[in-house]
Design a protein. Structure first.
Length: 241
């Protein structure tokens, strides 16, 4: 009788031990699953919403820091990778943004309509020319059939030997002769920089703003949220169509 009772007690304790071990194992698995989920979430930039409550397609700023803009409109940033480290990356915004009659507009570099920005720019120029690399005031005057002194006077230029690429000059007469497309690093599709000035980053690097040229020679302020199309692909800035 005692042997039967003792065996029953031993069996009960063994069963309790197995049950406790299974509970502990299940708890450890749940903790590992939760930790894995948290680690994955840490690598994802927090969603940022526009005023209408829609998440941005790019959202690079949610996982980047130290944003800055070069004079050639190249955006630089230190971008977070999935392993938690940061990597320096850059992207030329002039390749993806155009001047749409005084407003910034995204351009898909794979679109067949890549020359629309250049056509719009020509419509903006009218009686103006944009200084190209290597241009001189005397050379511009010769192309448009005017004197360099007259162009200097029209634009308030004190030193006729001091002009710079990207400078927009008023010229006398009709539309200027055709000019080669200005390039900031090659391969531009949008090329907003050919008719822009005072371009800068604001809102901690999330927004680009500046003045864009409209038809008739009017400069207007415009801005665009870079998170709309610029994303972070594991440490690399990328355009998100």
């Amino acid at each position: 009788m005692l042997g039967v009772v003792g065996g029953a007690l031993a069996g009960h304790k063994l069963q309790d031990g197995i049950s406790d071990w299974k509970d502990k194992r299940d708890e450890e698995k749940e903790q590992e699953k939760q930790q894995h989920h948290n680690n994955n979430n840490d690598m994802k930039p927090p969603a940022q919403l526009n005023p209408h409550g829609v998440a941005y397609a790019g959202n690079f700023s949610g996982s980047s820091r130290d944003m800055r803009l070069d004079p050639d409109y190249t955006l630089h940033a230190s971008c977070k990778r999935v392993d938690g480290s940061y990597q320096a990356s850059s992207i030329n915004l002039n390749h993806f943004l155009e001047n749409d009659q005084g407003s910034f507009r995204w351009v898909n570099p794979n679109s067949s309509n890549n020359n629309r920005a250049q056509q719009q720019l020509q419509g903006c120029q009218g009686r103006q020319v944009t200084v190209q690399p290597g241009d001189t005031l005397r050379g511009i005057a010769s192309r448009v059939g005017a004197s360099f002194e007259e162009i200097a006077r029209m634009n308030g230029i004190q030193n006729p030997d001091l002009i710079y690429p990207g400078q927009v000059l008023n010229v006398p007469g009709g539309a200027p002769a055709a000019q080669p497309q200005q390039s900031f690093g090659g391969g531009e599709v949008g090329n907003f920089g050919q008719s822009a000035r005072n371009v800068r980053l604001v809102d901690g690097g999330r927004r680009l703003e500046g003045e864009l040229l409209k038809s008739g020679g009017q400069w207007v302020g415009s801005s665009i949220v870079l998170d709309e199309r610029i994303g972070n692909d594991n440490g690399t800035l990328a355009y998100k169509a």
